[in-house]
Design a protein. Structure first.
Length: 149
């Protein structure tokens, strides 16, 4: 399995374009396979990596993240549904929380530069014009959901 390094410097922005900071972290991208699915995982915390794979600590955290994906979808719906219905919906068509959750598909996980801290990136099925829906996770606690991109 090949290792791809992402640019060590990239700028994070809210959907409005306001910068929320610049990261200076070397990220390593790998694929984590489970149940016939391959999940893209970008890792900035070296403790979660071993030579050309994930460390056991990394595997444990990825498994924890995968176990809360549905909870993260529900959290994102709770945080962003009103924004979608009030601002982004076309022709004033509103959707339910269930419809919102069904539109979110896990794109990739980004494990940040500290242990037990990650962003889960979801594609939005074009609800937000292709912006990613991102849920920040600390340990197993969902902290906030935002639009990115």
């Amino acid at each position: 399995m090949g290792i791809a390094s992402l640019p060590p410097r990239y700028e994070l922005k809210y959907a409005s374009g306001v910068s929320i900071g610049v990261r200076h972290v070397e990220m390593v991208e790998r694929i984590y396979s489970k149940g016939g699915n391959g999940y893209v995982v970008s890792v900035g915390y070296a403790g979660y990596l071993s030579d050309d794979s994930f460390s056991q600590e990394g595997i444990d955290y990825i498994e924890l993240l995968l176990s809360i994906v549905d909870e993260a979808r529900a959290f994102a719906a709770e945080e962003l549904l009103e924004t979608y219905n009030d601002v982004w919906s076309e022709n004033e068509v509103t959707i339910t929380s269930e419809e919102f959750k069904k539109n979110l598909e896990l794109s990739f996980m980004e494990i940040l530069d500290e242990p037990n801290s990650a962003d889960l990136y979801f594609s939005d099925n074009d609800m937000f014009a292709g912006h990613s829906v991102v849920v920040l996770v600390k340990g197993a606690t969902l902290r906030y959901a935002r639009l990115l991109g």
